[in-house]
Design a protein around this ligand. Structure first.
Ligand code: 13P
Ligand code: SF4
Length: 300
């Protein structure tokens, strides 16, 4: 029996469900019950009917799944797989902005720690941030931690005063404008689809901007045959499954999320077998961070 077969057998035996983000390796995506972007996975996490959730992603994803499902056991294949951006805002910064503006909503990208979420009015993901910010009654929005998603939202919702934080995704900001220009020159017939975690100058060249699921849908449904992809290349697997004829190019040679890459089949099997790396979120922290997550699910 190979690794994947062992995982599938053990998953049944333990009544576990496997969730995977599009950025994990293709072999891991293949054994997942649900693959998706952050919003889809957080919705799925509230609906699954299993005792255990194995979350193939980074820490904030497993943590959010646990917060939304306090009675289920959630496991992470690699306990060190963390998103650096999740830590790129501080309580001091939030308190300073709140003191400065009377009418301000703190909007927290789901790529954040549970502690940061407790200071938020609502959480968002890249697929619902524009809609949710538009629906908020407040004129002033403090958007944490991603300055690039924040500035993308500010452009789409000009009626709001968006106050930006300084965080960013090290993977997406490494995609530079000159690289995009060079890729477009090399592949003149290709459309360019990018994630809103890319910088504003890069997004200015995009034919489409959206979440990982949005990018996949755009490529699959658009008539063009060639696409330059401005996000982590883990999305290629799903595109190739749905539209095998499309030619896909990265902007630069390495477009990987090193933390998502830590998730392997061996580690998935290990957490199923030995029940290691269980996610625990302290009760008060869980209750306080659940509120903005639930508000996101209600508004999104
Ligand atoms: P999505 O919500 O688009 O899947 O993005 C998650 C992420 O971490 C992007 O870097
Ligand atoms: Fe975090 Fe960037 Fe990896 Fe997404 S790609 S999980 S934002 S480090």
């Amino acid at each position: 029996m190979d690794l994947s077969e062992k995982i599938l057998e053990l998953k049944k035996e333990k009544n576990a469900v496997i969730l995977a983000h599009y950025y994990v390796d293709e072999d891991v995506q293949k054994i997942a019950d649900y693959i998706g972007d952050s919003f889809y996975l957080s919705k799925v996490a509230t609906k699954v009917d299993a005792d255990r959730i194995v979350f193939c992603g980074v820490e904030f994803m497993g943590e959010s799944a646990k917060v939304l499902n306090p009675n289920k056991r959630v496991f992470m294949p690699d306990a060190t797989a963390d998103c650096p951006m999740a830590h790129m805002a501080t309580v001091e910064e939030i308190e300073k902005v709140k003191a400065e503006y009377e009418d301000v909503a703190v909007v927290c990208y789901i790529n954040s720690t549970a502690e940061l979420k407790t200071y938020a009015d609502v959480c968002v993901t890249s697929s619902n941030a524009v809609n949710i910010v538009r629906k908020l009654p407040n004129k002033n929005i403090f958007f944490i931690p991603d300055r690039n998603l924040g500035s993308y939202v500010a452009k789409q919702v000009p009626e709001k005063n968006i106050i930006l934080n300084s965080g960013c995704c090290p993977r997406h900001v490494a995609i530079k404008e000159d690289m995009v220009i060079a890729a477009k020159k090399k592949y003149p017939d290709a459309k360019f689809a990018a994630h809103p975690e890319c910088t504003e100058d890069v997004l200015a060249h995009a034919d489409y901007v959206g979440s990982t699921s949005g990018i996949i849908d755009y490529v699959v449904k658009t008539d063009a045959k060639e696409f330059i992809i401005g996000t982590v290349d883990g999305v290629f697997a799903e595109i190739q499954k749905q539209a095998p004829g499309k030619k896909l190019y990265t902007v630069k040679p390495e477009q990987v999320c090193v933390n998502m890459k830590k998730v392997t089949l061996e580690k998935v099997l290990d957490v199923l077998e030995n029940e290691t790396n269980e996610v625990f979120v302290e009760k008060d922290l869980a209750e306080a961070s659940m509120k903005p997550l639930e508000k996101m699910l209600a508004l999104g």
